[in-house]
Design a protein around this ligand. Structure first.
Ligand code: BG6
Ligand code: MG
Length: 224
């Protein structure tokens, strides 16, 4: 395990860490699922949290027993419909939607000269960062067009470290989803899981809420 003193960059998931747009994702997927006769179940939430658009749809279809019902084209159309609903919900997003503690944490990181980047599985990340008025902190967002495999593969977090010109042992990754923490771990980056520690038990460091994200807390909880 790398030393805390070596860390120079922080790789941030967006949904569930910077803002709670995860709620919008789950609501819009629920509408799509119910429109094709799949009853929403709470375990679907954890299964798709952090997965990219088409992987989320495939998982919903699998759980609903409809994995062979739709052609690739029909699936694209369902995924597009979900994105339309999601983007409508995004219209009202504003800086009040930044999660508790995040502003202070970003200011603290900047004051201590850490680099930061958004490593999100969402193609809507640039739009959300604009709506949240955080472009100043995040001029860098991993472009998914250059990514072969989305989370839980390591690609998004590896690309994030590379864009900061840092080695993976100089970075920390922060995510709220199981697939996201798995992606950080697969990239060999120290992982912070924010959320239920029994669900995110594969993370190197666990915090229950974004409010706990401070450099002092991270240093204190650094794995031995
Ligand atoms: C992740 C969300 O950040 O982005 C997932 O947690 C979502 O729920 C994924 O499916 C992809 O988002 P988008 O905006 O590209 O459909
Ligand atoms: Mg997330």
């Amino acid at each position: 395990m790398t030393d805390f003193s070596k860390i120079k960059g922080v790789l941030f998931d967006l949904n569930g860490i910077i803002t709670d747009s995860w709620l919008y994702h789950s609501k819009s997927w629920r509408q799509i699922a119910e429109s094709i006769g799949i009853q929403w179940r709470s375990d679907l939430e954890e299964a798709i949290k952090g997965r990219d658009r088409i992987d989320s749809l495939n998982e919903i279809l699998r759980v609903g027993g409809l994995e062979n019902k739709y052609s690739e084209q029909e699936k694209e159309a369902l995924a597009d419909k979900k994105n339309d609903i999601y983007q409508q919900m995004l219209e009202i997003m504003n800086p009040n939607d930044i999660l508790p503690g995040i502003h202070d944490f970003l200011a603290e990181l900047r004051a201590s000269n850490y680099q930061m980047i958004i490593a999100s599985a969402s193609a809507n990340a640039p739009k959300e960062i604009k709506k949240l008025e955080l472009e100043n902190y995040f001029p860098l967002i991993v472009d998914l067009k250059g990514i072969k495999h989305n989370k839980p593969a390591p690609d998004v977090y590896l690309k994030a470290a590379e864009m900061l010109h840092l080695n993976v042992d100089q970075c920390i990754g922060i995510d709220d989803g199981v697939v996201g923490v798995e992606s950080i771990n697969a990239a060999n980056v120290v992982s912070i899981g924010v959320g239920d520690p029994t669900v995110l038990n594969m993370a190197d460091i666990n915090f229950k809420s974004t409010k706990e994200l401070t450099l002092a807390n991270i240093r204190q909880n650094w794995p031995k």
